[in-house]
Design a binder for this molecule. Structure first.
Ligand SMILES: Cc1cc2nc3c(=O)[nH]c(=O)nc-3n(C[C@H](O)[C@H](O)[C@H](O)COP(=O)(O)OP(=O)(O)OC[C@H]3O[C@@H](n4cnc5c(N)ncnc54)[C@H](O)[C@@H]3O)c2cc1C
Length: 438
């Protein structure tokens, strides 16, 4: 019996079973795989670090291309403050190279393990109403199309096509290179404090005045950890390595995961676990100055399934209050935290923040030691609530929308569909996820 080839994503939420897995390290090798797939009339799916928990990167046949070996920094131009990289390069490597050259990315999400191509393909974002999302830092990228052509998308040359393709959910071809606009290096003056849910909701408009702002609400506690940050030139304040390890790794991951595992047998203990974790992890007021990379990111080791939608920013308060009421009414036992972030409107057609100021709300179901929780009813109910506000889903995370519903949420959906049909007429890059939504 022949051996089944498997590729498992970061959280273990899906397993791909392609016919072949390839680990190319050059554009030439990528083109050869496209050529083989064309001759064999089969499919190609590319993955970066596999951090998406939706089926966006999954495949059951053809070639799966793992880009971890295609990870070269191709060019850094310190006068223009640009960097050109291969599609498989991690955000971490880009940030470290930027730092070595006294440059930075203006905004980042919570982790930097992702590949640049995977991150922009799913519309990965950070938080900060005054600062643009990651895909907005992209100034050009090249895609290797199904017929083996190298197509350049440049923000300043073919801007309409650029914004159609930049959040491309893997449907258009293989992103081979990406050029990013960097900014001068900056540090972050960060303040975290614990406030009540009601106080946070009453003052939620302060996203307008902070360079960066996000908050984590611990369900069943009525408490919120409120995080703000401002760009500064002040020197970094050095946190003790042992203390940070104890706080972030031991308490935030090891201890939390054990607690989550226990509550998988006794879900009624989840509110107590949340209260305990909030008190021991998130309740202290803290001020520090860090470099941009350390300031934005958090060490996240516990596997998870996540659903995150972008809703119109003016509905933030209303939606959060309704989620709270929903949890009370349905008596769902919900893992902390519910994460709330903000972004200004964005030009990328398939971005959650396309043409509207956006509040992102993310809900989490952890998978302690890989054990999957029964989260479907809870996620589905929150999805229904988001849908009332025309919430748009994060492509890397769980969603329950169908084709017609998605079509109605993105004014330029058709332009994206047309481009995907033009670049990939024989559906080389289409997997079941894309079949379902396009
Ligand atoms: C712990 C954790 C924290 C996270 N934090 C955030 C956050 O703060 N903000 C946020 O917005 N998201 C966040 N995410 C989601 C994450 O940013 C996305 O899942 C992102 O897509 C991961 O990049 P990747 O390299 O793992 O992509 P993959 O999951 O490997 O792939 C994602 C998609 O991109 C496509 N793709 C990958 N490479 C290419 C390529 N070269 N050419 C064409 N298509 C390609 C794949 O086919 C697939 O469709 C987080 C996820 C986790 C697990």
């Amino acid at each position: 019996m022949s051996k089944v080839i498997q590729w498992i994503n970061w959280s273990g939420s899906y397993v791909s079973t392609p016919d072949f897995i390839e680990y190319p390290s050059s554009e030439k090798e990528l083109l050869e795989i496209i050529d083989k797939a064309k001759t064999e009339n089969t499919t190609v799916k590319v993955v970066g670090s596999g951090h998406s928990c939706s089926l966006v990167g999954a495949t059951k046949k053809g070639y799966l291309i793992d880009l971890k070996g295609y990870n070269q920094i191709l060019e850094i131009n310190t006068s223009l403050k640009t960097i050109k990289v291969a599609g498989g390069v991690s955000l971490e490597k880009i940030c470290n190279t930027a730092l070595e050259n006294k440059l930075a990315l203006p905004n980042l999400g919570t982790i930097v393990e992702q590949s640049i191509a995977g991150a922009i393909s799913t519309g990965t974002h950070g938080s900060g109403f005054k600062r643009e999302a990651l895909d907005q830092s992209v100034i050009a990228f090249t895609i290797l199309t199904a017929n083996g052509e190298k197509k350049v998308f440049d923000k300043y040359i073919n801007s309409e096509e650029f914004y159609t393709a930049v959040v491309g959910i893997g449907a258009l071809g293989i992103i081979s290179t990406v050029t990013l606009q960097l900014v001068d290096d900056f540090n972050l003056a960060i303040q975290t404090k614990s406030i009540s849910f009601d106080e946070m909701i009453a003052n939620v408009d302060c996203y307008k005045t902070n360079d960066y702002m996000r908050f984590w609400w611990a369900p069943h506690t009525n408490r919120v950890q409120f995080w703000t940050a401002h760009q500064t030139n002040q020197k970094t304040t050095k946190a003790s390595t042992i203390l940070s390890w104890y706080q972030d790794i031991f308490k935030g991951n090891i201890m939390h995961e054990f607690g989550l595992w226990i509550t998988s047998f006794f879900p009624n203990l989840i509110p107590q676990l949340n209260r305990f974790m909030f008190a021991s992890l998130l309740s202290k007021e803290n001020k520090q100055i860090t470099n941009f990379l350390d300031g934005f990111t958090l060490p996240i080791h516990v596997k998870q399934s996540v659903m995150e939608y972008g809703i119109p920013i003016e509905n933030t308060e209303e939606v959060l209050v309704k989620i709270k009421a929903l949890l009370d009414q349905k008596k769902y036992k919900v893992h902390m935290p519910i994460e709330v972030r903000f972004a200004p409107k964005n030009k990328a057609n398939l971005s959650m923040a396309y043409n509207r100021d956006t509040c992102y709300i993310g809900i989490i179901a952890y998978k302690p030691y890989g054990k999957t929780m029964d989260y479907d009813a809870y996620f589905k109910d929150v999805h229904d609530l988001f849908a009332v506000y025309k919430g748009r889903p994060h492509w890397a995370k769980v969603t329950y929308y169908n084709k017609a519903e998605l079509n109605s949420l993105y004014p330029n959906w058709k332009a994206f569909k047309d481009l995907s049909e033009k670049l990939d007429p024989n559906k080389m890059f289409v997997n079941n996820f894309l079949k379902r939504i396009l």
